[in-house]
Design a protein around this ligand. Structure first.
Ligand code: AMP
Length: 284
């Protein structure tokens, strides 16, 4: 496995891989790799001939006062995970390499970025879309892999690719969870043992939503009230949003019909945790 630190060196490796031929897969990450990430890497290794994992804590997607500085960066352990998983190249640039000069060009996906996490993290999705556009231009993958865990991010990136005619496929992989249902996340490390236990309430709330919908309830307000009841019991939990939105447009729905996304963001101690599930009333 190669580790490329510069755009020039990753481009040379990609050029060589293109000469051999086959499908190039990219898994963009911020590192601190866990089983959620490895599920994406495994999907890429299975479907592609040459797999690039990018490890880059992207400064432009963090707001003031967010955890950019303290975000975990265990590079040696990450490289070991990638090597074991059969990755061909890890692209690990510095912020200076990715943003050489003052950045004047940004990718702004409208509407889809206004609600959910976009409402409390202004500029976050602009940073995400811009860095993904840069990574797609640098690596020029045939396929890029994202997790359903960050549902809004996946939808935003899919839309960017369509709107800007980028020649790649976006594959979204299912959320990997801990045995108690908590979505695996690099930010779970910030939780105390008690908070970690309490955080399972987020998934219980999503399961409740699924159950109620399966029992025939379609009124989003009623469902959200039930979800709130469970979340309200998380000691010290600060609920940022509990919403049911259309799974494509991310617009709030009053009455659920078809594919909807139930999404939650909760601040718990030092961590901001997000999770979601897709519900499909047409499949009942
Ligand atoms: P991050 O390093 O947090 O930016 O995540 C990199 C990619 O891994 C994103 O596409 C995430 O959606 C995905 N990911 C993170 N956690 C999980 C998880 N628990 N299950 C599936 N995918 C995940």
């Amino acid at each position: 496995m190669e580790v490329a630190k510069t755009i020039e060196s990753i481009r040379a490796l990609i050029k060589a891989a293109r000469r051999v031929g086959g499908k190039i897969g990219l898994v963009p990450t911020m590192g601190a790799l866990h089983v959620g990430h490895t599920s994406l890497i495994e999907a890429a290794v299975k479907a592609c001939d040459f797999v690039v994992v990018s490890i880059f804590v992207n400064p432009t997607q963090f707001g003031p006062g967010e955890d950019f500085e303290k975000y975990p960066r265990p590079l040696e352990a990450d490289l070991e995970i990638c090597e074991k998983a059969g990755v061909d190249v890890v692209f690990n640039p510095t912020p200076q390499e990715m943003y050489k000069a003052e950045n004047l060009t940004w990718v702004n996906v409208e509407k889809l970025t206004e609600g959910l996490c976009g409402a409390s993290r202004p500029g976050h999705f602009r940073g995400v879309a811009t860095v993904c556009a840069k990574l797609f231009n640098i690596v020029q993958p045939d396929v890029a892999y994202f997790g359903q865990k960050d549902a809004q991010q996946a939808i935003v990136i899919k839309r960017m690719v369509v709107d800007l005619n980028m020649p790649l496929e976006i594959v979204v992989c299912p959320t990997v969870r801990e045995p108690d249902g908590l979505a695996v996340s690099s930010r779970n490390k910030y939780l105390s043992a008690q908070q970690r236990k309490d955080a399972a309430g987020i998934y219980r709330s999503l399961q409740k939503c699924k159950e109620i919908i399966e029992a025939g309830e379609t009124d989003a307000k009623q469902i959200i009230a039930q979800m709130h009841k469970i979340l309200d019991e998380i000691p010290g939990g600060e609920i940022e949003y509990v919403e049911i939105v259309d799974a494509e447009t991310l617009e709030r729905v009053d009455a659920i019909s078809g594919r909807a996304l139930a999404a939650i963001a909760v601040k718990l101690g030092p961590a901001r945790l997000i999770d979601n599930i897709l519900v499909d009333t047409t499949k009942q």
